[in-house]
Design a protein around this ligand. Structure first.
Ligand code: FEO
Length: 397
């Protein structure tokens, strides 16, 4: 894609990765692809804000050259070390070796450990500014949003926030702005992004938004480093982040399970029917085949987590075990849950799941429930009633 002017003197010069299907070591399914957004600020001095993932260096270079000669770049701002944004910095710096690289102290450390290059650095912290002429680059450190080195760049004269990963979404599209794409698709991907990347850092998200509000920063455009640019309604994504960061939940239960011979699946669906009869929304997923990124997104606003597995070797099955390990890192707060599962000759999975739920801070709201082999008629009734009781608890907490 060609360069796109997003504000007077500011150009999107990034790349669209239509074929990306997974991210972060396959922990994130990018079913709609992604973009790596890089922004060129052209003033008396010229700054490039972030680069793109290494395989897209040539596209970045071609886009910059549509606007200015690459050799004219004065500042290479690195908001974040991760390679999807910094991967093309070494290539860019070959053309403008005298440009200063700008980033936090931790960013400098991380870049040195990634690329071992001898660039001239100017490290910055919150409150530091660089004048480009008419416009100013102002920096706000944003540690753990989502890495220790992360930083936002802000251009006060244009009321433009360039927050790198924050407020992003993994969407590949030929459109660049929020008012040009389907709103449900946009918010769906923004929620998946928050749930799978930023949820563990929710207290820091809340604090950073409060800090930015106190600083009196005016924002009329947010240009993140993935996905579309928020120009029509930047408050829409800020308000969504405020809500998600509070761990606000709704009357909804996610039942995630893995089954060996379908008995645990029967249990999941029967418990789900009981919950549904109370009016509470239920989402059921077999994590061995489901898109786990979507399951975690569904959990973002779910009050209840019910996790099930058949017993295999006295413990849970491997896909649900991997899912629980990932979920633990997400640190969901204020949830209630329970464990269930079938077994043949010896149980163990449900107990193990209950232990994992407790470790991650989920309040156990019902004793674990198990069935030997295939649930009989009485057990089916009990499973339904179990769901009814769980649904009632969801409605009262
Ligand atoms: Fe933390 Fe988009 O990289």
């Amino acid at each position: 894609m060609s360069a796109v002017k997003i504000k007077e003197g500011v150009y999107w010069v990034g790349s669209v990765d239509w074929n990306s299907k997974s991210f972060h070591g396959h922990t994130y399914t990018t079913k709609r692809g992604t973009t790596y957004n890089s922004y060129l600020v052209v003033d008396e001095k010229i700054a490039l804000i972030d680069s793109v993932y290494t395989p897209f260096s040539e596209e970045l270079i071609a886009n910059i050259r549509e606007v200015v000669p690459l050799e004219k770049i004065d500042y290479m701002v690195v908001n974040h070390v991760e390679r999807d944004h910094s991967g093309s910095v070494p290539e860019i710096m070959k053309y403008c070796p005298k440009a200063k690289v700008i980033g936090t102290e931790k960013c400098k450390l991380g870049m040195n450990r990634n690329y071992y290059c001898n660039w001239e650095w100017q490290t910055v912290k919150t409150g530091d500014k660089i004048s480009l002429g008419k416009n100013t680059l102002a920096f706000v450190e944003a540690p753990m949003l989502h890495w220790p080195d992360s930083m936002f760049t802000y251009i006060p004269e244009l009321e433009l926030l360039l927050p790198n990963d924050a407020f992003g979404q993994h969407i590949s599209t030929s459109k660049r702005f929020d008012d040009e794409i389907d709103q449900c698709e946009l918010m769906d991907e923004a929620a998946a992004y928050y749930a799978n990347i930023l949820l563990p850092f929710s207290p820091l998200v809340s604090r950073k938004i409060e800090e930015v509000v106190k600083m009196g920063i005016k924002i009329n455009m947010i240009a993140p480093s993935h996905g579309i640019i928020w120009r029509k309604d930047p408050m829409k994504i800020i308000n969504a982040y405020i809500k998600w960061a509070k761990n606000e939940t709704t009357s909804k239960v996610v039942i995630a399970y893995e089954t060996m011979w379908k008995s645990t699946e029967i249990m999941a669906k029967t418990i789900g029917d009981g919950i549904t009869s109370t009016g509470v929304k239920v989402v059921i997923s077999d994590v061995s085949t489901a898109d786990k990124t979507d399951v975690v997104k569904e959990m973002l606003d779910a009050k209840g987590f019910l996790i099930g597995s058949s017993t295999h070797g006295n413990d849970m099955l491997p896909s649900i075990a991997g899912f629980m390990a990932f979920l633990k890192d997400m640190k969901p707060k204020g949830r209630i849950g329970a464990a269930f599962g079938s077994y043949g000759w010896g149980g163990g999975a449900a107990k193990s799941i209950e232990g994992k739920l407790t470790e991650m801070g989920v309040e156990i709201a019902a004793p674990l429930i198990q069935c030997q082999f295939v649930p009989d008629k009485d057990e089916m009734k009990k499973l339904f009633e179990y769901g009814v009781e769980f649904g009632k608890k969801i409605k009262t907490v």
